[in-house]
Structure formats: C-alpha cells, structure tokens
Design a protein around this ligand. Structure first.
Ligand SMILES: CC(C)(COP(=O)(O)OP(=O)(O)OC[C@H]1O[C@@H](n2cnc3c(N)ncnc32)[C@H](O)[C@@H]1OP(=O)(O)O)[C@@H](O)C(=O)NCCC(=O)NCCS
Length: 338
C-alpha cells in the first residue's frame, strides 16, 4: 500500500480523494448533501497558500491503483501550533485492510515533523450507531482517547411564527440594554474588532472537556480572511450580534452558513455570549434574529444542524426551545504524539 500527497491544483486527484469522503457520506447519511467537492477542494487549495492561517494537506492510501482511504491533515499556524487535526476516512467498501493505519502513520510522521505534540480527530455517529461506530474500535487501537461527545440537533425551518414571537417577547424584556444587528457574508466594519475579540473568546469559552485546544489569536484582518474563505467555498454566511448600548460593544453573536449549491440544509457555527452578559437571553435573541434573516434571504433552507457538547446545558435549552431534534453525535478524539 502506498500513501500519496494530493496536489490541490490537480482536479482529478482532488476528485479521487473526495470520492472516498463522499462514499462515506452517502453510506452514513444518504439524504444529506454533506460536504461538497468544491468545498473540500477550496479547503485544500486555501490551506496550501503561503499566508494560510491553517496549513492543510490531502493524503490518499492507494493499492493496485485504487484509492482506499483519504485523509486531510490540518496544521494551525496562527495559534495552537502544538496541535494537528486529521479527517480520516476509509472507503466503506475497503475497511479492515490496514488503509486507515497506513494513512495515520504518515499523518503522525508529518505532524511530528511540524513539531506537533497532540493529534485530534472527530468521528460522526449516525442515530443508532452512538458508541458503536468503527471509530470506537479504530481510535483506541491506534492510541486515541474519546474525550467528548457533541450531540447533533436539527432544527426545522422556517420556525413556527408563534414560537418565534413568544420567545422574542420574553427575551426582549431580559435584554432591554441591547440592540440587535444582523449581517450577511461580512460583519459590519464598526463591529469587526469586537468580532475578533468574540472569536478569541469562543475558542476557549465553550466546554472543551480535556481537549488541548488553546486560545486562538484573532484580529480584524483574520476575520476578513475567514469571511473570504467562506465565500471561496461557495458558501454564504449569516451573522447576528447583540450590542450592549451603555458600552457600545458587541457582547454576543452567532454565525450560520449555507452551501449555495445545496441550500436545503444550513449549519450553525458559533454562538457565544460573553460571561458577564449571560442570563439576559442574548443567545436566544441572536439566534432568532439570524434564523429570521436566513429564512428571508435563503427560503430554500429546511433544516439547520447544530452540535453541542452534552454538558452544554444552556445552549441545548436554547436549541430545544426552537424545536431541535437529536440526530446522532460527533465524537472528539485526542492522541498525544510520542
Ligand atoms: C475508522 C476507520 C478510519 C478505520 O479504517 P480502516 O482502514 O478500516 O482501519 P484499519 O484496517 O487500518 O484498522 C486498524 C485497526 O483498527 C481497529 N479497527 C478498525 N476498524 C474496526 C472496527 N470496525 N471494529 C473494531 N476494531 C476496528 C482494529 O484494531 C484494526 O486492526 P486489525 O484489522 O489488525 O484488527 C474507518 O472505519 C472509517 O472511515 N470510519 C468512518 C470515519 C471515522 O470514524 N474516522 C476516524 C476518526 S478517529
């Protein structure tokens, strides 16, 4: 078995690499668009640029001319330079032939060479498979520890207008000092510094179990690069923020994304309320405002998927109030590199 690097400018090689990821998606969640080829191609291409905030490389395990498994190794550059993250998939028709082990060996070699001491990975478990997926055999056999489960919930859109107005009326009483703002694709210029601060807080204020993620470094320029990357992937971003009137600072925000080529499903990205502003229903308010703008501008969206650490009770309460339904989970793995 041979392990090869994928040239991000070679469309055929990228398509072969992505075909493994897609075969896994079609087997596990056949009714969903999942990752699209042009999205993953953009992720590889952007990660190969000299000024990337995260360096990324695609790898394949090949036997007799056939691609058996695919991996993407991500190396943060701007912060968390002790970490490497891997997406690792063996084609469902070629499991238990050592392809996963072979690819992981090369991933670890490269991570160590880049000075990384911790390797992280995530695995999706579809409903009924929780705790029993192939990753539960593979991960521990190769030295990974399951650190955290993030339960996936789907919220059906559009929201029931009666639910929205009820929640908004209650929340508005709690949040009398805050103004709501929404945006699409780019946060308004007067909020970009606050957005950078909130991204920094988001990186460590969410429950992390014992995952060794450290604070990210954000400034306005990185916020803008991130927004451009979302567009380069063919996605559109929606954001909403709560601006605290007495100080003029944005103290809570949420972001959501939609693939323009497959708009029926949206993805909830971040939601954060600064610690000292919690308890004012700002999480509910920013989510409602963002979902409203999303529904107005991309009415094709039928669901939004969100992932919450099982221990994140306040966020789960907000999602449940919007009618969220559990739909599998994501397991976060970690391995110390010897
Ligand atoms: C997990 C995954 C990558 C394993 O790939 P693979 O190519 O089948 O794995 P390998 O053949 O290299 O297996 C290496 C070892 O892992 C363990 N293992 C792999 N799959 C297993 C399973 N289904 N049950 C129990 N143990 C398993 C075994 O110890 C195996 O060694 P052995 O075959 O000599 O007994 C593959 O099942 C997959 O793509 N799953 C979906 C995506 C995913 O979960 N990625 C991993 C995130 S940690």
């Amino acid at each position: 078995m041979e392990v090869r690097e994928v040239d991000p400018r070679d469309d055929a090689a990228v398509a072969e690499w992505f075909a493994v990821i897609d075969a896994w998606q079609r087997a596990g969640r056949p009714d969903e668009p999942g990752w699209l080829l042009h999205e993953q191609a953009a992720i590889l291409r952007l990660g190969a640029e000299p000024d990337a905030d995260e360096r990324r490389v695609g790898l394949v395990a090949v036997e007799d001319g056939q691609v058996l498994a695919a991996a993407r190794l991500d190396l943060p550059v701007a912060d968390n330079t002790h970490l490497a993250d891997v997406l690792l998939i063996t084609h469902p028709g070629h499991r238990r032939r050592g392809a996963g082990r072979a690819l992981l060996g090369e991933v670890e070699r490269r991570a160590r060479e880049a000075g990384r001491t911790t390797l992280t990975a995530s695995s999706d478990e579809v409903p009924g498979e929780e705790g029993r997926s192939a990753s539960r055999g593979f991960g521990p056999a190769l030295g990974f520890q399951a650190m955290q489960a993030e339960v996936r919930r789907d919220i059906a859109l559009p929201l029931d207008p009666a639910v929205v107005s009820g929640l908004a009326a209650v929340a508005a009483e709690y949040a009398a000092d805050d103004d709501l703002r929404t945006w699409r694709d780019a946060v308004p210029e007067d909020l970009v510094e606050d957005q950078a601060h909130l991204f920094r807080r988001m990186s460590t204020d969410v429950p992390l179990a014992d995952l060794d993620w450290r604070e990210e470094v954000w400034d306005a320029a990185r916020v803008r690069r991130d927004e451009q990357d979302v567009q380069a992937m063919g996605r559109t971003l929606f954001g909403a923020g709560a601006v605290h009137r007495p100080t003029g600072r944005m103290v809570a925000y949420t972001t959501m994304g939609v693939a323009l080529a497959a708009p029926e499903r949206a993805y909830q990205w971040d939601t954060l309320v600064l610690t000292e502003h919690r308890g004012h229903r700002l999480g509910t308010l920013v989510k409602l405002a963002c979902l409203q703008r999303l529904a107005d501008e991309v009415p094709e969206v039928r669901f939004i998927s969100t992932w919450n650490a099982a221990e994140n009770a306040p966020m789960i309460r907000v999602n449940d109030s919007l009618g969220a339904k559990v739909n599998g989970q994501l397991v976060n793995w970690q391995k110390r590199l010897p």
